[in-house]
Write a protein that binds this ligand. Sequence first.
Ligand SMILES: *Cc1c(COP(=O)(O)O)cnc(C)c1O
Length: 228
Amino acid sequence: MIRENIDSVRQRISDSCARSGRLVGDVKLVIVTKAASGKQVGEVIGMGLNTLGENRVQDATERYAVFGDTAEWHLIGHLQTNKVKDAVRIFKLIHSVDSARLMEAINKEALKSGKVQDVLLQVNISGEDSKFGVKPEESTGLIKIFKEYKNIMVLGLMTIAPEVKDPEEARPFFRALRELRDHINSLNLTTHNLKLLSMGMTNDFEVAVEEGSNIIRIGRAIFRGGSR
Ligand SMILES: *Cc1c(COP(=O)(O)O)cnc(C)c1O
């Protein structure tokens, strides 16, 4: 069943790419395992699909103890400064950096372990109170701060769209994140361009891909039969 679900998600990614003139190879699928069993995680890794997303550092720590580097772990949920040490140890990419303080803490831990930690800046593009993330207008300031740090690398932006009935309603938020990234890049604040846009989940990933997402984070469509 997981296999079929993943194939179906892949087909839908491919269709969205075709509709928007994009290359399938430019869209990375992060399989969100927060609601999966350990057995299911093993199954997914066994299929050679090994980019896995977890919401909580604690859960990821347990999974990492079992599966280690057979998977590439991504943190997609909020990160507290007291969990930064484990986060730096485990995650290839932290999608949820949302403050200067957190950046500083990550840089410090990464320096200790001789790692350059890849991160994304989480942006609260919809402005909902319930959501983590920096305000769009704060994002350039944080990109400037990050330049001071040698052991943290901001590769792009992440957002969570509002929950809407019709995924089309999420489109303006995805478009706004892409435009924000392009705007930041046009300012030449960093030596490298911000390339990554982590946006799109089970309910809205097709629209997100059409709007330029290159990392989608999918849980339910794979582990619970999905939204269709
Ligand atoms: C749970 C979660 C996902 C996956 O959501 P689904 O609707 O299960 O696909 C993606 N991103 C974040 C930040 C999440 O918390």
